[in-house]
Design a protein around this ligand. Sequence first.
Ligand code: HEM
Ligand code: HEM
Length: 227
Amino acid sequence: MQKTLVWDLPTRLFHWLIVASLLAQYATVEWLENKVQWHFYIGYFTLFLIVFRLLWGVVGTQHAKFSNFVTGPKTVLYYMKTLFNRQSEPAIGHNPLGGWFVIVMLVLLAIQAISGLFMTDDIFLDGPYRQLANKETLDVMNTLHHLAFDALLYVIALHIGAVIFYSVYKKQKLVPAMVHGNKMSKTVGISDSRLLRALIVAVVAAAVVYVAIEVYPPTPQVDEYYY
Ligand code: HEM
Ligand code: HEM
């Protein structure tokens, strides 16, 4: 066994920033008064994080890549048979079941952030895509924005439950590795976090979000009544 780097810094930052963003997203609509504008800004930031993670899943380091943890049903079923075996070999990156869980979380997060673009606070603020859609689409997006969050809450509860299960039952402490990046493993991990590449990916992700929310949508039409 040796100490080796498994989670690159960008993946770790992505994780804890997503946690912070979701808390802030909840707070800005449920706990704080008149903070919907901040809900929008943090929503755009969440969108940036998701686009970044999708790109990083293609060009990132070994264990961050989708090809590393998205496996076929046979591998998942085989892994599930060993789930309650305390002696089973720990995965160096995401395990086959956890890998699919990551995909589910990313898809739900994407639905949440994209549907938000069509939302309104019914007073002053319209999401940038509100004027592009017809009534039916707006209803669907409104339903999705509520449902996806409820689904996210269940999935996050399961996620944290799984982390506790691994820690208590299987004696595999996964959280420290999501903080400092290192694990004790027989397999050699990654050599570094590829920060320059991550910076380029972050610039591309920011550009994609900027175009999607600032350039592409039409300028909102203000009712003459308000002049
Ligand atoms: C808002 C709540 C949360 C969300 C949306 C979330 C989402 C995610 C996602 C998307 C990943 C995959 C990381 C990647 O490959 O990019 C992940 C992994 C992970 N998360 Fe969370 N997470 C949340 C809360 C937490 C909390 C509170 C903890 C600690 C108790 C935690 C511990 C971990 C660990 C240890 C992993 C790595 C699992 C492994 O080793 O395969 N997460 N999480
Ligand atoms: C992943 C990112 C997001 C999360 C987690 C999130 C979460 C939420 C939650 C929990 C609610 C309250 C729903 C309810 O009352 O049942 C809400 C409402 C809302 N969201 Fe989001 N949201 C996100 C992104 C966005 C974005 C990007 C926008 C707009 C650009 C947006 C606009 C709104 C609006 C206008 C409301 C209604 C606020 C009101 O009732 O005054 N959201 N969101």
